[in-house]
Design a binder for this molecule. Structure first.
Ligand code: TYD
Length: 205
């Protein structure tokens, strides 16, 4: 993997159980082992506000399936704006690399295609929330839906994952693959159905 001297912004995307969080941590360790500075972070989260949004959206989903799709999109967008402005952009300006598990493509795949918000409106919302900051590289860890869902420990499931059927996650997976096909210069799609070590090796390539 080629890293930019100004600080590369790398995002990891994928549906449930694709292993983004572990892969982000390992990629961060690897970059650090090369003597470079890196911030490893995730969405929703990465700031005190983002952590509250994370708690809120996951909790709201546990309480009810009635969360309005636009309200949902705006909550993730609020977390993303705070994260971009206060964490990601400042780190890049200090010359650090940033590795982030989930970013704007999550909202295009879930809030757009998954929940049926208009995709063009979602793109405009992401442009606003991110101040137009796009990742230099987005690694899509693609796994078959049954494999991803099968990896989740039963205790780690929230009710959202229980109530969203396989069809929802199939839609999200297909949406990600479409996004990757639209922007082949930004995306790299890797097969995440192997072991953690195999996924790490594919990412570093
Ligand atoms: P995450 O912790 O990455 O979940 P997992 O490890 O199970 O993939 O993300 C939490 C949930 O938030 C996940 O169900 C996807 C959802 N999400 C969105 O719907 N839109 C977004 O923009 C983001 C960042 C996450």
């Amino acid at each position: 993997m080629a890293l930019s001297p100004r600080g590369s912004f790398i995002t990891l995307e994928g549906s449930e159980g694709s292993g983004k969080t572990t892969a982000a941590r390992h990629l961060g360790d690897w970059i650090r082992s090369r003597g470079e500075k890196v911030t490893v972070t995730r969405e929703p989260g990465g700031t005190p506000l983002g952590d509250e949004v994370r708690r809120l959206v996951l909790h709201l989903r546990d309480l009810s399936d009635d969360l309005d799709p636009r309200a949902d999109a705006l909550l993730y967008a609020a977390s993303r704006a705070q994260h971009t402005a206060r964490v990601i952009q400042p780190a890049l300006e200090r010359g650090e690399h940033v590795v982030c598990a989930r970013y704007l493509d999550s909202s295009l795949a879930y809030q757009g295609v998954g929940y049926g918000n208009d995709l063009e409106e979602m793109r405009r919302l992401q442009q606003f929330a991110t101040y137009g900051l796009l990742p230099d590289l987005t690694i899509l860890i693609d796994v078959p839906v049954e494999v991803g869902l099968g990896r989740k420990r039963p205790g780690a499931w929230n009710r959202f994952e229980d109530t969203q059927g396989v069809a929802f996650f199939e839609k999200v997976r297909a949406a990600y693959l479409d996004l990757a096909a639209e922007e082949p210069e930004r995306f790299r799609v890797i097969d995440g159905s192997g072991t953690v070590g195999e996924t790490d090796a594919l990412i570093k390539r």
